[in-house]
Design a binder for this molecule. Structure first.
Ligand code: LLP
Length: 423
């Protein structure tokens, strides 16, 4: 195994004397100052991806899917860069509003929005609500009857498209908890009902076929179906979801956001009216902007079996390998160019054998206890899906840019672990 492939590292990554720098900051210095594990984001990279998306799809047409990674600094960054925010729960809406993102730059999602979530969103005046079910149509009608203003709504449509990705993150097929099925007439029934309702203003249709999708033909297929529907129901707005895959390991290559956009253009050209087309990327904005840095705690070699390398995090800061069997790479941020010839399994510190970060990793022979190792491409669905399993405090998040590293989420403390407990 050679050195870590550079295309998996953030945009501003450089190497000085074997040491990795992100945003002009030495990764080992950040680890020393903030401890490990730590998520380090390349702020320039985040901003560059936002620019790229806006350039590809147009001003006010890109909705950042905040579930991929959200904290106050990220909400501000996405907003400052001109992105709208997709919030999928009342909690995500709270973080966005609390960060100063105006409600009319937020879009509310979710397959089971509570009355309270809808009430908060309607009171605040979100840009639109993506309605997912007949029950939700009823809830909006009830809230409007209570005196809340009629919201703009898009309806989430399940277009009946099967995509190539893990079944847990595939959402466009008929057998799905999400949206109104196109195939069985529910979509048309819901659209008619929304159009007739005085409690809401029907503005368009939405689909999201799945996440970490590499096959661009899956997107064009769904886009064609949705464009036909948008024309039929005279939608002012059409949202084509997120879902663009990213490369996690060497040998994997994903389409760029710009390439992704070209695959929608032919379908969008078939729109008859001046329907506005939106997208909702999450992973492709943030995933490869970040690395996670751990410290090696134990190395156990079992002759004829394998070597286990235990780090000071694990499934609590990155549940993706356990949940989806996702692959990652590892390397030493203090010895970036070293050949990675030592095979090992990288595991976390949690009390179960399934707590594996990388089944078949390769690291430099020199690796020893106390060294740092990093996993790249951990910017999406890592911190946002982190847990306190085994009462492990969640790691901090650092944004590095122009030689300075700013802490944007502090590490949880032991006190945080009991702050909700009542004696
Ligand atoms: N729009 C909607 C309605 C979504 O449900 C999602 C993701 C997105 C946009 C953004 O998709 P992206 O561009 O990030 O693929 N935890 C899983 C991914 C779950 C995706 C959920 N929905 C993972 O770690 O792979």
């Amino acid at each position: 195994m050679t050195a870590i492939p550079r295309h998996l590292l953030p945009l501003t990554a450089t190497v000085d004397n074997g040491q990795l720098l992100i945003g002009g900051c030495r990764v080992s210095d950040i680890a020393r100052e903030h401890g490990t594990p730590v998520f380090i984001y390349d702020e320039e990279h985040l901003r560059a991806r936002c620019h790229e998306a806006i350039k590809a799809f147009g001003q006010d047409r890109v909705i950042y899917a905040a579930k991929a990674f959200l904290c106050t600094a990220m909400a501000k960054l996405a907003h400052d860069e001109g992105l709208l925010l997709d919030v999928a729960t009342g909690g995500e809406l709270f973080v966005a509003l609390n960060a100063g993102v105006p409600a009319n730059r937020c879009v509310l999602h979710g397959n089971n929005k509570s009355l309270n979530e809808l009430r908060t969103a309607m009171k605040a005046g979100v840009r639109h609500i993506v309605v997912d079910s007949f029950d939700e149509l009823e809830r909006i009608e009830r809230l409007h009857a209570e005196g809340l203003p009629a919201p703009r709504v898009q309806l989430r449509i399940t277009p009946g498209v099967t995509v190539h990705t893990h079944e847990y993150i595939s959402t466009g097929q008929d057998d799905s908890k999400f949206g109104f099925n196109l195939g069985n007439g529910s979509a048309h029934k819901a659209i008619d009902r929304a159009k007739q309702s005085k409690a809401m203003q029907f503005v368009g249709v939405h689909c999201h076929i799945g996440s970490n999708v590499f096959a661009v033909e899956n997107f064009t297929h769904a886009a064609r179906i949705m464009v036909k529907l948008a024309n039929e129901v005279q939608a002012e707005e059409l949202t084509l979801g997120g879902g663009l895959g990213v490369a996690y390991v060497g040998g994997e290559h994903a389409p760029s956001i710009t390439e992704w956009s070209t695959h929608f253009k032919a379908a969008a050209a078939e729109l008859v009216g001046d329907t506005k087309v939106f997208v909702e990327p999450g992973r492709s904005i943030v995933a490869d902007a970040a690395i996670t840095v751990y410290e090696v705690g134990t190395i156990k070699h079992i002759d004829g079996v394998r070597t286990y390398i235990s780090v000071d995090g694990g499934m609590s800061d990155n549940p993706r390998p356990v949940l989806y069997g996702s692959g990652y790479e590892a390397f030493m941020p203090t010895n970036v160019e070293a050949a990675r010839t030592k095979p090992a399994r990288i595991v976390g510190k949690h009390c179960e054998s399934g707590d594996v970060l990388i089944h078949e990793a390769h690291l430099p022979e020199s690796l020893k206890v106390g060294d740092l190792i990093a996993t790249p491409v951990t910017g999406a669905y890592g911190h946002s899906m982190a847990s306190n399993y085994n009462k492990v405090p969640r790691p901090p998040v650092v944004f590095a840019r122009n030689g300075s590293a700013r802490l944007v989420v502090r590490r949880e403390t032991p006190e945080d672990l009991v702050r909700l407990d009542i004696l």
